[in-house]
Write a protein that binds this ligand. Structure first.
Ligand SMILES: Nc1nc2c(ncn2[C@@H]2O[C@H](COP(=O)(O)OP(=O)(O)OP(=O)(O)O)[C@@H](O)[C@H]2O)c(=O)[nH]1
Length: 434
């Protein structure tokens, strides 16, 4: 049981560690990136506001390294210049970025502008026309240049992009198309921001990367919760089954023990019975009759119920043994016991006193009725057809307990009566009148 708990605790600990790792490492592990290197055969262009009536100038400083310089000049209300890159070198076929969460920009900027603008231009035949470059949707964001870190790094959430107002107004776009759309981005633009003063602006685009989560944070946490629920359910089911198994084993053991106890009880009782019986005749032995004698004596003392005993001794038994053999003698002893046991009351107790001598304990019996019983038994024995076909007789000594007499005295008188019966021709009953 203890080892099972330890195992369970280890599993819970492992699950906790895995859960913590899953939560902590999620931003790194479950993320996929779409990296755009401007030098990878993308069509790029830099532009200024001259075509719009301005006077600014733009020049490549180091084209292979995406470095350009913009000289903003006055004399035009909204001066600008910028850089654009075709993702697939096509105005129509772009890249689906709708599943990405954010854009990472690596851009060096040096100049007096306060903000920089980024456009993610989406082509959609629902609102774009092949002959009009400006008909691609201008998803835009304008960020403060201070947000760029030392090395030019900035992460922008795509949800922060909105559609440029001027574009919505210029194309009279219906409401359903007026939201940001990244399904087919064909051009990425980086432009000077609004509120520009004349001056020199230096840009270098070092890289663009789009980032998305393979599994959303919500789904990931839901998955972790489901895993925990499954683990708890699994544990509960396992516990129920193991407890059931344990209970069944316990019940089986209990029933085995009960059976064993019953068997032992039975054996103990058998042994007890055997210990109180004579093995040859089945009659009680001395120990077996002792209890009955003590009880009867007690009855005599307490309730004056008279205790009487009969001593019975087979006549000339030695001769019978000698004539018919010891085994035949045994058989006579057994037959005699059966005969007597079946002709006495249930309260009487018949015991083998030793050899061919027997004792009959009669509780609550007067001398006269005990003598009558002895006489009845004597006649029964005399007339009984023993298997050995020999005549079997017995002599009886009867005695009833007297006031202030103990068992020793009672037995002594019964013995004397028996001796008297033996002495005077045997096969007779002598009652002690003392
Ligand atoms: N077969 C058999 N004989 C037994 C048993 N116990 C005692 N005896 C025999 O009983 C005989 C008793 O002999 P005795 O004491 O001389 O008495 P008896 O021959 O019956 O003579 P009386 O009692 O005087 O009539 C002996 O021979 C014993 O061996 C027994 O369990 N089986």
């Amino acid at each position: 049981m203890l080892s099972l708990l330890l195992k369970t605790e280890k599993k819970i600990l492992a699950l906790v560690i895995v859960t913590v790792l899953a939560i902590v490492l999620r931003p790194w592990v479950l993320v996929s990136n779409h990296v755009i290197d401007p030098r990878d055969d993308h069509t790029r262009r830099i532009y200024d506001d001259v075509l719009n009536g301005g006077f600014s100038e733009v020049h490549w400083v180091d084209q292979p390294n995406e470095q350009w310089k913009c000289i903003i000049k006055g004399g035009y209300e909204y001066p600008f210049c910028g850089y654009e890159m075709y993702l697939n070198n096509s105005f129509v076929e772009g890249v689906d970025l709708s599943s990405y969460r954010s854009m990472r920009l690596l851009l060096d900027y040096d100049g007096p502008a306060k903000t920089v603008r980024v456009y993610l231009r989406n082509y959609d035949s629902a609102y774009s026309r092949d002959d009009d470059l400006k008909s691609t949707k201008y998803n835009t964001i304008e960020f403060e240049k201070e947000l760029l870190e030392e090395d030019g790094y900035l992460e922008i959430s795509l949800s922060d992009f909105s559609v440029a107002d001027w574009w919505l107004q210029m194309h009279s776009i219906p409401l359903r198309h007026s939201y940001s759309d990244f399904k087919n981005i064909v051009i990425i633009e980086i432009q000077t921001g609004s509120g520009l003063n004349p001056g020199e602006h230096n840009f270098q685009l070092k890289g663009i990367e789009f980032k998305r989560e393979i599994i959303s944070a919500e789904s990931w946490y839901l998955l972790i919760i489901l895993c925990w629920i499954a683990a708890i359910l699994g544990f509960l089911v396992f516990r129920v089954f193991s407890l059931k198994k344990e209970l069944m084993t316990q019940q089986r053991k209990e029933s085995e023990l009960t059976q064993l106890n019953t068997l032992l009880d039975k054996q103990a009782k058998n042994m007890e019975v055997r210990a109180k019986r004579d093995p040859l005749t089945g009659a009680f032995n001395r120990e077996g009759v002792e209890e009955s004698l003590v009880e009867a004596l007690n009855e005599w003392h307490v309730s004056a119920k008279r205790l009487s005993i009969v001593l019975l001794d087979l006549d000339h038994f030695k001769q019978m043994n000698d004539t018919h053999g010891h085994a035949a003698g045994d058989k006579v002893l057994v037959e005699l016991s059966t005969l007597i046991t079946s002709n006495i009351r249930s309260s009487d107790r018949f015991a083998r006193w030793g050899g061919e001598e027997f004792l009959l304990v009669c509780r609550d019996s007067e001398l006269s009725e005990t003598t009558s019983l002895a006489e009845k038994l004597r006649v029964l024995i005399e007339n009984y057809q023993f298997h050995s076909s020999t005549q079997v007789t017995a002599s009886f000594g009867v005695a009833s307990i007297n006031v202030d007499e103990n068992l020793e005295g009672l037995f002594k008188r019964a013995d004397e009566a028996l001796y008297e019966a033996k002495r005077t021709s045997r096969n007779r009953v002598v009652a002690s009148e003392g």
